[in-house]
Each structure stands twice: as structure tokens, then as C-alpha cells.
Design a protein around this ligand. Sequence first.
Ligand code: AMP
Length: 288
Amino acid sequence: VETIREPAELRLILDRVRATGIVGFVPTMGALHAGHETLCRKSVAENDVSAASIFVNPLQFGLGEDYQRYPRDLAADQRLLQESGVDFLFAPDAAAVYPPGFQTRVIVGELSRPLEGAARPGHFEGVATIVLKLFEMVGPCRAYFGEKDFQQLQVIRRMVLDLNVPVEVRGVPTVREADGLAMSSRNRYLTTEERTAAPAIYQALLAARSLAERGVLDPDALLQEAHRRLEASPLIKPEYVALVDPDTLRPVVQPGRSAIMAIAARVGAARLIDNIMIRPPDSRPSAD
Ligand code: AMP
């Protein structure tokens, strides 16, 4: 994997690729794990040349969040990208990304407001802005995003549609540890005890889904079941548990609709998120 720091150099190389082939792109913040690796391998399998980016984007972190202590390990990340078969690592300096006097922002409306948008004011403005900037630096491509960050995926799909961005967005199912915990760079913050407790988040999602599969379709009952499971774990402090429409992210109030159940919770120093698709019993043709 060749590491590139300059946006103009990246664009030049990828423009040459595009003369004959398709570019795959995987944006990340580094501290790479098997979830990122899955996105990278998919990109490598589906495109002629693949680039991953590593940029810890200050704009998407709120005051008091973990921007300063976010894990950074470029050498380990380069090894993982090398093994995944990615051709280029784009790792720009903050100065190349945010020029002096920077004052432009991308705001995606309604989709940005609930869930993570409500819990982290300004977060999706930061995400949409950096992702559009990265798309401009990379150029037309197929871009890969994890369903683990479901709202982010929907916000980016919306932005690409609304702003005629020449990028095809592909979502990738959540990659989990053996015990179900969704892989995340932030899992590194967990103590041994907290790490043992953390899978309860996924267990709560599974419990709600299995209730729905057994015909319990009242949204409140499903939310209560998830809350009950989380409360059994004293180390887990839920921030929200929500049942939302997959397309609009509005709360699901009608029983029996397909929905995303999303959870955000504090576990020690980590703030973890996860989600699952919940379908009523008569509409489960494909797995998620
Ligand atoms: P991050 O480095 O956390 O910003 O994530 C970069 C990309 O990897 C995003 O599209 C995430 O949704 C995706 N991602 C992170 N964790 C996972 C996971 N466990 N499974 C699948 N995709 C993931």
C-alpha cells in the first residue's frame, strides 16, 4: 500500500485509474479493525483500484468528546491495509484538509437530527462536510460505509443524491466480535470488566428482534425488552434506545413495520453504538 499525503497527488493518480477502471474508496478514522478490513476487502474485490483514507476529523467531534485521545496507530493501519490488498492509503494532514479561513459546511436536514444527531450536536455536519471533501479529493468512485453507523450511511446516501455527487455508496453489514460486540475503534477504551459487559448491547437488540419474530409487534414492548436487557448490566449506561423507520429515521409508532432498532450507550470511557434490522414475522425474505 502506497501512502499519499497530498490531495492533488491522490486526485492525479486516481484520475489516471479512471481512464480505464473503477476506483473503490473506504473512508476511515484509522485504528483499523476487522470491520474496516471487511470494507477494504469488498472494495478490492469489486473495483480495479482501491484507496482507503485515514483522517481523524476534528469537525465531527463535539466539545469534551474523544478527539484528542482517539486511537492513532498508522504503522498497524498500514499493515492491515497492505493485507487487505488496498492500493493507496490517503492520510492527509489537517492543514491540507482545512485551509486557513475555512468556513463552509454541508448540512443534511431531517436525517441528521434524531439519534446521534440529537446526542452529538454538529456531528453529522462534520461528517457530511468531511465526506464530501474526501469525495472531491478522490473523485468519482464506489464508496464503502458500514451499517454499524446506520444513520451516517443514510445521511451520506442522502447527501450524494441531493448534491449530485458522482459516487456510488455501498453499505456493508456490521462485523462483530465472536461474542456479538460490534467492532469499533472505541472498544479499545474498555477495561476487561467493561469489555465483558459490552456484548449486552447486541444481546438487547437480539432480544427485541426475537420478540418481534415471535409476533410481538408493539414498538413500546420491543423497546421495553431492550431496556430491560440493558438494565441487567450495571456497567452499561444507555443514552438512547430507539425504533425508527430505516429510510426516514422517524420513530416507528405503528406495530408490524420493518424498523431499525438503534442503541447508544456509555460503557466506562467508551460511547458505543449498535443497531439491528427488525422485521415482522411475515416479511423476512432476506437476512440483514
Ligand atoms: P470509523 O473509522 O469508525 O469512522 O469507520 C470507518 C468506516 O468503517 C465507517 O463506514 C464505519 O461504519 C465502518 N465500520 C466501523 N466499524 C464497523 C463494523 N464493526 N462493521 C462494519 N463496518 C464498520
